[in-house]
Design a protein around this ligand. Sequence first.
Ligand code: DQA
Length: 155
Amino acid sequence: MTSVAVINGPNLNLLGTRKPEVYGSTTLADVEQMCRDDAEALGLKATFLQSNHEGQIVDWIHEIGASVKSGDSIGAVYNPGAHTHYSYAIRDAIKGASLPVIELHISNVHAREEWRHHSVISPLARGIIVGFGVLGYSLAIKGIYELARSDGRIS
Ligand code: DQA
């Protein structure tokens, strides 16, 4: 079965307890279940990943990029957390692996502190979803699926 990766960066393991007024009270385990169900409804298998470590995420991006090349994956829905705002290592990994990525933020980063307004990832993203809460994961899965279809990478 073709897979879609869902990658979560630093601190997203705390979802549900970290700043619930900003990120809501849904846990990452709830999001994982939602993503699995959404992917399955589209005939895909979700590979759900979270790490607080930049190097681990770089390695996953390389691996998922190779899976896209072999036709086993359609790409990644990615919430980079704070890496969004400064990680050139992750930006280079996405570019180097030619990984189709939908960048996703639970909160509306543009309505928050100024340092959250800039993303070093966005120029490499196929699409961006911001400010829909955890519903954004469902929207992003649907979005990357439709892009893969219009690219002719899945039928
Ligand atoms: C976030 C926004 C980032 O600025 C922040 O560092 C996060 C979460 C979001 O989902 O809204 O960790 O990516």
